[in-house]
Ligand binder design. Structure first.
Ligand code: HEC
Length: 110
């Protein structure tokens, strides 16, 4: 498992998260078909950029609300649970980052 310490030091999306997104989301969110303007292939993990943080928060929210993927059944229960738990770790990380820098977590794309 990728630890948060590793995540902090890299702009790469943690590999297990990247694989889940690739398998379940990339067919609609790639360079050619960036549904909703979201191209996962180019989404990094450089959380110091508020734009990038907002993107990950959107992803978290849409998966949590079971709005993504659009056909709920296309993501198996264990996969959804795993994805949510990885995104949950990320969420904690973002919140910690935001509080340490005084920025507010949310969908503001400043
Ligand atoms: C079958 C195609 C399809 C799949 C698979 C899919 N999406 Fe989407 N997604 C869309 C469409 C279409 C939109 C734009 C309409 C909307 O916002 O509902 C969208 C919008 C989004 C948005 C909002 C982007 C914005 O800027 O508002 C996010 C975040 C998102 N998807 C994340 C995901 C994630 C994460 C997965 C995988 C778990 C996923 N999607 C799988 C079709 C898909």
């Amino acid at each position: 498992m990728v630890t948060l310490a590793v995540v902090t030091n890299t702009n790469e999306v943690p590999s297990e998260l990247a694989i889940l997104l690739k398998t379940n989301c990339a067919r609609c969110h790639n360079k050619e078909t960036a549904k909703g303007g979201l191209n996962l292939a180019e989404l990094l993990f450089d959380l110091q950029h508020s734009e990038v943080r907002s993107r990950w928060i959107q992803i978290y929210d849409r998966v949590e609300k079971q709005e993504m993927p659009p056909k709920a059944g296309s993501l198996s229960r264990p996969e959804r649970d795993r994805l949510m738990s990885l995104l949950q770790q990320f969420r904690v990380h973002v919140d910690a980052f935001a509080s340490s820098t005084g920025t507010i977590t949310g969908l503001n794309t400043a």
